[in-house]
Design a protein around this ligand. Structure first.
Ligand code: NAI
Length: 284
């Protein structure tokens, strides 16, 4: 896939990975719409990017109508979109047993439905345009590993990975690639997610533990630079690779996960002869 001349739409584009992606796409000669819920951060990002080919679009990705309107605005200004980065995300950093329904609705709304809305908005437009393209959905290593136990976050990221894999097969005949981006720790502002929590979904929220937020802020300083993630992501898109693993150090941990999965398989003697009896190879 060639980037130059294409229009890209990047959610969560005002900060962190999204801002890194925007910078990298502009450097490749793309036009870029950065969409984000934070207006002040969008204005700052546009100033930082300092490029004629970027526009800012205010958007809450959890809103279906909002997403379609944002897409209209971006396409009117920059032409039809053929690169989509469903990247906006938040994290509550708490376990499922500590969580309320409002917590579920908020995190599922942004991390999962935000990606669904991006796909539902842009996939039909990209198919109709007929110029191929690529959709990258940002999941996380937390789409495989549950060690840190931010339960709702894990749930959404596993779902984003599954949805992306299914989408990959349905869009391939249209020349549209799909990838799932699975970073480890990133130098970003995700520790401050609570700032963008809508008041309508704040009812069941635990009080913000500012000491814990401070520790997370320090931890994220050690994360990978978004520009490095962006470069590794565009390389994978160019090669049409499905999984994007910018942090190679997780390879062994993933191998352990898959070994555990395989170790849970058993041979059941009563299944012997299934293929002869039914004409099917496998039980489904
Ligand atoms: P970030 O907080 O720096 O950037 C995320 C952006 O999304 C922010 O600008 C925020 O305003 C925006 N956003 C939040 N809610 C939104 C909504 N409802 N609608 C539109 N925009 C919204 O965080 P980061 O790390 O760059 O996050 C990007 C993605 O990377 C997320 O999906 C996150 O889950 C994922 N990720 C982050 C990791 C990390 O260590 N920071 C690790 C693995 C994955």
């Amino acid at each position: 896939l060639e980037f130059a001349g294409r229009t890209a739409f990047v959610t969560g584009g005002a900060n962190g990975i999204g801002l890194g992606l925007a910078r990298a796409l502009l450097a490749q000669g793309c036009k870029v719409a950065i969409a984000d819920i934070r207006e002040d951060a969008l204005a700052a990002a546009v100033r930082t990017l300092d490029n004629q080919s970027v526009i800012a679009v205010q958007l809450d990705v959890a809103s279906r109508t909002g997403f379609a309107e944002a897409a209209d605005r971006a396409e009117k200004a920059l032409g039809p979109v053929s690169l989509v980065f469903n990247n906006a995300g938040i994290n509550l950093f708490q376990t499922i047993d500590e969580s309320s329904y409002d917590d579920w609705d908020w995190v599922m709304g942004v991390n999962l439905h935000g990606v669904v809305n991006g796909v539902m908005t842009f996939a039909p437009r990209m198919k109709a345009l007929g110029q191929g393209g690529h959709i990258v959905n940002t999941a996380s290593m937390a789409s495989f590993l549950c060690g840190g136990a931010p339960g709702i976050y894990n749930t959404t990221k596993f779902a984003v990975r599954g949805m992306s894999e299914s989408l990959r097969y349905s869009l391939a005949p249209h020349g549209i690639g799909v990838s799932v981006l699975c970073p480890g720790l990133v130098k970003s502002h995700i520790y401050a997610s609570d700032e963008v929590r809508p008041s309508a979904l704040s009812g069941g929220a635990k009080p913000v533990d500012s000491a814990a937020v401070g520790r997370l802020e320090q931890l994220h300083q050690f994360g990978m630079e978004p520009d490095v993630i962006a470069a590794r992501t565009l390389e994978a898109v160019r090669e049409n690779r499905f999984h994007i693993f910018p942090h190679p150090e997780f390879r062994d941990e993933l191998a352990t996960v898959f070994e555990e999965i395989l170790a849970d398989f058993r041979d059941y003697p009563e299944d012997a002869g299934f293929a002869q009896r039914t004409g099917f190879e496998k039980m489904r």
